[in-house]
Design a protein around this ligand. Structure first.
Ligand SMILES: Cc1cc2nc3c(=O)[nH]c(=O)nc-3n(C[C@H](O)[C@H](O)[C@H](O)COP(=O)(O)OP(=O)(O)OC[C@H]3O[C@@H](n4cnc5c(N)ncnc54)[C@H](O)[C@@H]3O)c2cc1C
Length: 398
């Protein structure tokens, strides 16, 4: 291989790829981002967590335009079969937990992040699909639909396509969580529904037979609705049935039109070789956890930031071929997977929601701790609820 053209090639311009691209380009590295689609494009994963707030600032993106992104104050969990309902407001977390998040149309959000990465110096090629990666002693080469590109390091940010896991056959399934999801967007909500949904901008998480369902208010009077099941073979009927049988959904979607539809694999997995000499995977290409607690975009972005930091120093000192370069990233993310894996595992066994969410924890510190975990504020050592999750010997291992 001749001297590589780029310092870093990033495959995928979702939240993980654009975040890594932004930080690396700003640090002065030559960055190429390859994206197979042309943005804006539809993507699932619309409810963000408060833990992203400070990251947005560091990335230099403005989330405050309420016509574009919806202010999300909290999360509501409800079981219409029993009438149980609980609302968590992010402002009630432990001291220091960021107080709110956003609901976003991913087409717009992902475009904004990608454009920002470009603005700060990353080169972005839409419509360019990575087809084969070869790691050599002097660098990596990526064969794509538009030719071959070379770099000193590769970041796989290909989401659920999990490019490197596919090439190396290292995707391992995590059992016991959701298997598939089906979703719709509604538009033309009634004034009453809009007022109700935008009052707090909360995500609604419904506990239903064999899984859960979501309702996420988006800007422009849109509502994203979806159903996840731990059984095989989710169909549109599964979602129709949920909407038809849910009094809340009947009220919120009365008179509205369905405009988008998606069916998507939702099973959780881990990539058992998420990094190696001259490459690392970040976001869903490293691990995908059932999205019941809306952790995906946050994990993609915090992981990308961590990797960019590690890689930037390694590139400066010429240490980027070190196969252990990403080890601190793996430890950092493992903590996140352990906390949310434990939470998701308990959700599917239903005792968490009933015992802690609905019946209320007697200890106020536990109550605050639940909110902080739900906010994604998980890198602190004073949260008794998080300690409980991590010390549970029967917890789901990720
Ligand atoms: C049903 C469901 C609901 C969800 N709800 C939420 C939620 O409410 N909140 C939340 O935070 N997360 C949610 N998620 C998870 C969220 O969608 C992902 O975690 C998040 O998008 C991961 O970001 P990423 O950057 O890793 O990957 P992606 O956002 O998937 O981006 C990857 C990019 O790589 C590109 N790409 C893939 N292969 C190639 C290739 N070979 N060459 C070039 N480009 C390529 C893709 O086109 C894509 O643009 C949900 C997921 C599912 C399945």
């Amino acid at each position: 291989m001749n001297t590589p053209t780029y310092d870093v090639i990033i495959i995928g311009a979702g939240p993980a790829g654009s975040t890594a691209g932004n930080f690396l380009a700003r640090a002065g590295h030559r960055v190429l981002v390859l994206e197979k689609e042309t943005f804006p494009r539809f993507h699932i994963g619309e409810s963000l967590l408060p833990a992203d707030l400070s990251l947005f600032e560091r990335l230099g993106v403005d989330m405050s335009d309420q016509g574009r992104f919806v202010h999300k104050a909290g999360a509501v969990f409800l079981d219409e079969r029993s009438g149980e309902r609980v609302r968590f407001d992010f402002s009630n977390g432990l001291p220091g937990t960021p107080p709110h998040a956003y609901q976003v149309e991913r087409a717009d959000f992902d475009l904004m992040l990608a454009q920002r990465a470009e603005q700060v110096g990353a080169e972005l090629r839409f419509g360019t699909r990575a087809e084969r990666v070869t790691v050599e002693a002097e660098g990596v080469s990526v064969s794509t639909s538009a030719g071959v590109f070379t770099a000193r390091y590769l970041i796989d940010a290909t989401g659920q396509n999990a490019f490197m896991a596919g090439q190396q056959r290292t995707r391992r399934r995590i059992d016991g969580l959701g298997l598939a999801a089906v979703g719709w967007h509604f538009e033309g909500l009634s004034e009453a529904a809009t007022a109700e949904l935008y009052e707090h901008g909360d995500i609604l998480v419904f506990m239903v037979e064999d899984g859960w369902a979501w309702a996420i208010p988006l800007s422009g009077g849109r509502l994203s609705v979806g159903r996840v099941t731990s059984k095989r073979g989710v169909t549109e009927e599964t979602l129709s049935e949920f909407v038809a049988n849910s009094p809340t959904m009947q009220r919120l979607t009365a008179g509205a039109q369905r405009i988008e539809r998606l069916t998507i694999g939702n099973y959780s997995y881990k990539n058992d070789a998420p990094s190696g000499a001259r490459y690392a995977c970040v976001g869903d290409s490293a691990c995908f956890l059932d999205p019941v607690f809306s952790s995906g975009v946050t994990f993609a972005m915090i992981g990308a930031e961590k990797l960019a930091d590690l890689l930037s120093s390694a590139l400066q000192s010429g240490q980027e071929a070190d196969p252990g370069l990403a080890t601190p990233l793996l430890d950092f993310m493992q903590h996140a997977y352990d906390v949310f894996g434990s939470l998701c595992g308990r959700f599917y066994k239903a005792n968490l929601v009933h015992n802690i969410f609905f019946y209320g924890a007697p200890d106020p510190a536990i109550k605050q701790g639940v909110v902080s975990v739900l906010a994604g504020d998980i890198y602190r050592d004073d949260n008794p609820f998080q300690k409980m999750l991590l010390s549970d010997r029967r917890r789901l291992r990720i």
